[in-house]
Design a protein around this ligand. Structure first.
Ligand SMILES: CCCCCCCCCCCCCCCC(=O)SCCNC(=O)CCNC(=O)[C@H](O)C(C)(C)COP(=O)(O)OP(=O)(O)OC[C@H]1O[C@@H](n2cnc3c(N)ncnc32)[C@H](O)[C@@H]1OP(=O)(O)O
Length: 177
């Protein structure tokens, strides 16, 4: 989040968005945590499972904001922890819906760590989740179509689609599948 305004999905709106549509900006979710001892390992760094938990909750909130439904996590893509998070650092988790099926939503979730004293920040992980919206009886139910009425939203959508493709390609190459 080095420049949150540069490609903010909330910038501008389009009155032409249909009644059965929801926008990427509608789903946009940002959570801020501080890494405390309960979520660290013996090195004083974030437990992978704690980070996954925050990512899951952030993605679910994005899915619920988008669909106005309860959602459940159906799947999570590959996750690489590319940089450690140190105790006392601020953790910013950001998610948004970038693709929809009939009852499913794809959500990109990205995590940055921030040193609160220096302001230095770095990307620590990102992944792609699929959530499924449920009706009152707990059955999969239709979600709105995704609309990206602003250039910023369209750019984020494209970045997520291409990022997911690239991440899956890297995993296939890494394991020589
Ligand atoms: C707003 C009001 C809220 C009020 C209330 C507040 C409560 C606030 C609590 C929130 C708290 C946070 C929540 C955190 C999120 C959890 O932690 S949820 C817990 C962990 N997840 C689960 O327990 C899910 C367990 N799995 C299931 O229940 C079922 O497999 C599923 C996911 C519902 C799918 O059921 P199914 O019978 O396979 O359904 P089916 O009709 O075949 O497929 C439905 C869709 O799912 C897709 N799908 C199925 N399996 C998969 C898969 N493995 N991968 C990808 N897609 C899949 C299908 O492709 C299909 O997509 P569409 O083509 O319709 O777009």
């Amino acid at each position: 989040m080095s420049d949150p305004d540069a490609d903010s999905p909330d910038a501008g709106s389009d009155p032409a968005v249909g009644a059965s549509d929801a926008t990427l900006a509608d789903s946009h979710t940002e959570m801020t945590e501080m890494l405390l001892p309960n979520d660290t390992n013996n090195l004083g760094r974030a437990l992978g499972g704690a980070v996954l938990h925050w990512m899951d909750v952030c993605g679910a909130i994005a899915g619920m904001r988008f669909s106005s439904r309860q959602v459940v996590t159906a799947s999570m893509d590959h996750v690489d922890f590319i940089a450690p998070i140190e105790m006392g650092e601020v953790v910013v988790i950001e998610g948004y819906v970038f693709n929809t099926g009939r009852t499913s939503l794809d959500v990109k979730v990205e995590v940055h760590a921030e040193n609160p004293r220096t302001g230095e920040e770095r990307r620590t992980t990102a992944s792609y989740f699929t959530f499924v919206a449920l009706d009152e009886e707990g059955r999969p139910t239709e979600v709105p179509d995704l609309a990206c009425p602003t250039d910023a939203e369209e750019a984020l959508r494209t970045r997520a689609v291409e990022g997911r493709r690239e991440q899956l390609r890297e995993v296939v190459e890494r394991y020589d599948l």
